[in-house]
Design a protein around this ligand. Structure first.
Ligand code: IPM
Ligand code: MG
Length: 354
């Protein structure tokens, strides 16, 4: 097939990991006889430096014109002055919103080859297979903020509408139906009015439309504990923007490194955006030590969800499994043994494709 893929390298280790995803996609294209055209777009700190804004209009237009968008990471200390008028992260939130990407899908699976890379006990993390559905274009991230005249009080608003809750819950429930049939909704309904709406809406959708999917509710603080004490009990987790952000970083300790985890951000139409859940890691940027597997597995999700190439997606996931089975480790998962570079890991995955 012919497909156009936008690449947004962004900041920090973003360009290094995106280069490896591109290498793997180019290898997929040549093995399977596809024609992938790549376009590079600016976002985040790199865009602030180049054109003075974190989300240039050309980036939105360029992304819309593609089948899928691959994004590295944005942000870094260079742009984190609290008095600056705009931040790299505004670009990321802006593109999620502009493309209508309300569903952020974050699979958390442990790789048998890496059970000792997790700081948690092997018997706890073995066979973990969870997908977090994080609402991505609402909640406290998008409610706006106000500052009192003298600057001494600042408010961030958390808002959810029934419509916003329904659409993410339906997607998550459908995913649960296609998997092990269990949905966990996470909120803070004992304190927040928004969470009580979230819970009421979720209960109604599940009872009326998904009676075959078992459904439980957890408060976010308890969930933070259950996720580490009994992770195998969870199948699909659905939650709002901020709780999903926090729980997914926590969940990355099950497989052992934030660097391993991919994500897909999906809307009702238009391109999906695929990014690892890690950040720009400015402390290791430019050292060639970043783990590209989260980005490469995000590219696999792009093949599956935006390009309708499930066999090619599975081929990339198998190639990742093979290089891990062969013992290749980047520094984050090496546990003290010799580590390979970002580029060596990316090339090994590309070469392991069949
Ligand atoms: C993520 C990141 C972003 C978020 C930041 C960089 C704005 O942490 O994708 O999880 O909070 O959504
Ligand atoms: Mg995050």
């Amino acid at each position: 097939m012919n497909a156009s893929i936008a690449l947004i390298p962004g900041d920090g280790i973003g360009p290094e990991v995106v280069a490896e995803a591109r290498r793997v996609l180019a290898a997929v294209a040549s093995i399977h006889g596809h024609d992938f055209a790549f376009t590079e777009l600016l976002l985040g700190g790199a865009a602030i430096d180049a054109v003075g804004t974190p989300l240039p209009p050309e980036t939105i237009a360029g992304a819309r014109a593609c089948h899928a968008v691959l994004l590295g990471a944005v942000g870094g200390p260079r742009w984190s002055d609290p008095t600056a008028p705009t931040r790299p992260e505004d670009g990321l939130l802006g593109i999620r919103r502009a493309l209508g990407l309300f569903a952020n899908v974050r699979p958390i699976t442990t790789h048998w080859q890496l059970l000792d890379a997790s700081p948690l006990r092997r018997d706890l993390v073995e066979d973990v297979d969870i997908v977090i559905y994080r609402e991505l274009t609402g909640g406290i991230y998008f409610g706006g903020s106000t500052t009192s005249d003298d600057g001494s009080t600042v408010t961030d608003h958390m808002t959810y509408s029934v419509h916003e809750i329904e659409r993410i819950v339906r997607l998550a429930a459908q995913a649960a139906r296609d998997r092990r049939g269990h949905l966990t909704s996470v909120d803070k309904a004992n304190v927040l009015a928004v969470s009580r709406l979230w819970r009421r809406t979720t209960d109604r959708i599940m009872t009326d439309e998904y009676p075959d999917v078992t459904h439980e509710t957890q408060l976010v603080d308890a969930m933070a504990m259950h996720l580490l004490s009994r992770p195998r009990d969870f199948d699909v987790i659905v939650t709002g923007n901020m709780f999903g952000d926090i729980l997914s970083d926590e969940a990355s300790m099950l497989p052992g490194s934030l660097g391993l985890l991919p994500s897909a951000s999906l809307g009702t139409d238009g391109p999906g955006l695929y990014e690892p859940i890690h950040g720009s890691a400015p402390d290791i940027a430019g050292t060639g030590t970043a783990n590209p597997l989260g980005m490469i597995l995000s590219a696999a999700m792009a093949l599956r969800h935006s390009l309708a190439l499930p066999d090619e997606a599975a081929a990339v996931e198998r190639a990742v499994d093979r290089v891990l089975a062969r013992g290749l480790r980047t520094a984050d998962i090496a546990a003290g043994s010799p580590a390979v570079s970002t580029e060596q890991m990316g090339s090994a995955v590309a070469n392991a494709l069949t």
